[in-house]
Design a protein around this ligand. Sequence first.
Ligand code: PNW
Length: 438
Amino acid sequence: MFLWGTATASYQIEGAVTEDGRGTSIWDTFAHEPGRIRDGHTGDVACDHYRRWSEDVTLMSDLGVNSYRFSISWPRIQPEGTGKVNEAGFGFYDRLVDELCERGIVPAATLFHWDLPQALEDKGGWLNRDTAHRLAEYAGIVAERLADRVPMWITLNEPFIHMVFGYALGAHAPGRTLFLDALPTAHHQLLGHGLAVQALRAARAGQVLITNNCTPVWPASGSAEDLRAADAYDTLHNRLFNDPILTGAYPDMSAYGVAALDAVQDGDLEIIAQPLDGLGINYYNPTRIAAPATPPGPGELPFEDAGITGYPTTAFGWPVVPDGLRELLTGLRARYGDALPPVYVTENGCSQPDEPGPDGVVDDQARIAFLDGHIGAVRAAVAEGVDVRGYYVWSLLDNFEWAEGFNQRFGLVHVDFATQKRTPKASYHWLRERIAAQ
Ligand code: PNW
């Protein structure tokens, strides 16, 4: 059964940040620091999904999807990130999962979509190797409670984006600006993934995946310098996170002046490379890369983003390149061969400045074109031999888009954040027909 789904994340939709014993996450702290989020928005209320989940499941059921990817808020389950379990934190997920099962929607649960318990950040967050063990502890607790009804588990969401935006550049929580010194957070997240896989297997948790954000890398020219720069970017963005999982070895990082990741200890790669039941891929756009104008000094990046022109763009300014998804999927197959497990596109979507017209209709034709093109790209990749088993639209609802607050709307369903009124957009109606026509 091909999985058609929508995807969300806890901090982006739930709200209710102090309800039922939930602890503080790094996103609560970050969003309340002045100047961090556009217009001072926070996820305190977000889509109020914590209270409106039943209405939101009905929206999915009416859409006709057969799967839902959501994330579990770690600080709801373990307010301090370790030790004491907050039983009340399970109430919400128990009800959600039961309702999904009743409606024939396969729950796909992400354990970590960036909302680390603040108490763990206070001990160094993902710079601290111990956080990997804490993820496994939490994974075991959650799986013991939910694995009887959740057949699909995703350990981490986009460890690359979490490393770069959270720890290297500071645009996301926890807001650290460590540049290349953020690299240990890649290894510790991947180790956490591997240890969480062990905990999930011990709890007989069914299918286990990781979700990586991947991008096809286009050299800005055929010059040796640009080709080298593109290779360096591909290594950092794609291979640093896919190679250890699929091949058991890190790629050569010498372009970054790093001989080997010094956080790696004996035995870590065996833990990281345990077999998976699938690889989750989030795709938004390709990246065009040039060599820096002057050769990089120590600690400087060996590439520059050269920008992509000649394509439509989303409200974020991201280029719309549907064929990039076909290119990415066939490229993964070519690179990893039979080591590539079945692939699930766990996120794909676009932001548009959608507002209801006078007739109440949100006529998001650009999103329809986006989805149509990208679904076509998945079909093309399948025709070229890639085993793709699912496609999840980001996102069900307009939601808290991290540093952009509520200013970027990715939903199939419009949310009026003043009233919490949900209005399915034209793309929602289009996708329902598209899924029904399968
Ligand atoms: C993903 N980039 O993040 C996340 O998994 C979602 O939570 C998020 O809402 C969605 O994509 C849309 O942004 C990304 O700059 C953040 O390339 C940034 C990038 C890509 C993905």
